[in-house]
Design a protein around this ligand. Structure first.
Ligand code: SF4
Ligand code: SF4
Ligand code: SF4
Length: 261
């Protein structure tokens, strides 16, 4: 009997507005990608392939936030072409730095950035938001940049049908297990108690405060977190800047709810 050739998984990577660092996180797992080459076919990878093939994709990683008309059109097209769409990195999952314009006068920010607005409709800016504001996504990998381990986990999950465990603890959890000397106790404003972990407390382990690149915990009490940090003597303006670096939209949502109470 002739053995049927196993069909390879068609994998793609695409970008919206961002710095393209998330794409690099995928290419940096080249040793694992090479091992998987008999199982996957990288059909779209703008940074490393001259010719990129259009969908359909079995699994498509999309980095960047939706920040222009062109982004939105591309995203909707990719959604139709992808069986599994993965929102990759803080821009795609939380809006990241470009969504800080929600904290300011948006039109004024756009005017400052562009000076003269692009005439092409595709390039015209729209309000910067994560992918799931417009489409359904199957997986989210937060982080700036996202963790290579989580990218591999998702690929393996799809290839082997493994159950994917979602990490739902604060950054402090891993930090305490590592027995790090808490930065808050050293007078350094760390946002670890409010933020999604899963990064092995990367920053505090190198004495850098967590700035929340993996987003707020679903049940984070931002109000009391802010109050507690302020009571510890941290400057509130600086705290708000730090809290909105990646998560301006989540922060504003919280402020709105707090006002409604
Ligand atoms: S999440 Fe970070 S690394 Fe990824 S595109 Fe955005 S800014 Fe770049
Ligand atoms: S250093 Fe930061 S992440 Fe670590 S325990 Fe203290 S507050 Fe939490
Ligand atoms: S410690 Fe905080 S800022 Fe650093 S990688 Fe983890 S979530 Fe991101």
């Amino acid at each position: 009997m002739v053995k049927q050739k196993e069909k390879k998984l068609r994998v793609g990577v695409h970008s919206l507005t961002g710095c393209a660092g998330c794409q690099l996180s995928i290419y940096f797992i080249e040793d694992i990608l090479l091992d998987l080459l008999d199982k996957i076919e990288l059909i779209a990878a703008p940074m490393i392939k001259g010719a990129n093939i259009d969908g359909p994709y079995d699994i498509l990683f999309v980095e960047g936030s939706v920040s222009s008309q062109g982004d939105l059109e591309n995203l909707k097209k990719w959604r139709e072409e992808a069986k599994i769409l993965v929102s990759l990195g803080a821009c795609a999952t939380h809006g990241c730095m470009q969504s800080m314009k929600h904290m300011m006068d948006e039109k004024q920010v756009e005017q400052t950035v562009y000076n003269k607005f692009p005439s092409e409709k595709n390039l015209q800016p729209i309000t910067a938001v994560p992918l799931h504001n417009y489409i359904d996504v199957e997986f989210l990998i937060p982080g700036c940049p996202p963790s290579k381990d989580e990218i591999v986990q998702i690929l393996k999950h799809v290839l082997q049908g493994r159950i994917l465990r979602v990490y739902d603890k604060a950054v402090c959890h891993a930090c305490s297990l590592k027995e790090n000397y808490c930065l808050l106790d050293q007078g350094i404003e760390c946002l670890g108690p409010l933020c999604n972990g899963g990064c092995q407390a990367l920053c505090p382990s190198f004495n850098h405060p967590c700035t929340g690149c993996r987003g707020w915990l679903d049940d984070a009490n931002i109000g009391s977190g802010k109050k507690l940090l302020e009571e510890k003597g941290f400057n509130i303006d600086m705290l708000v800047k730090r809290m909105t670096k990646y998560n301006a939209l989540q922060f504003l949502e919280h402020e709105k709810k707090a006002k409604e109470k």
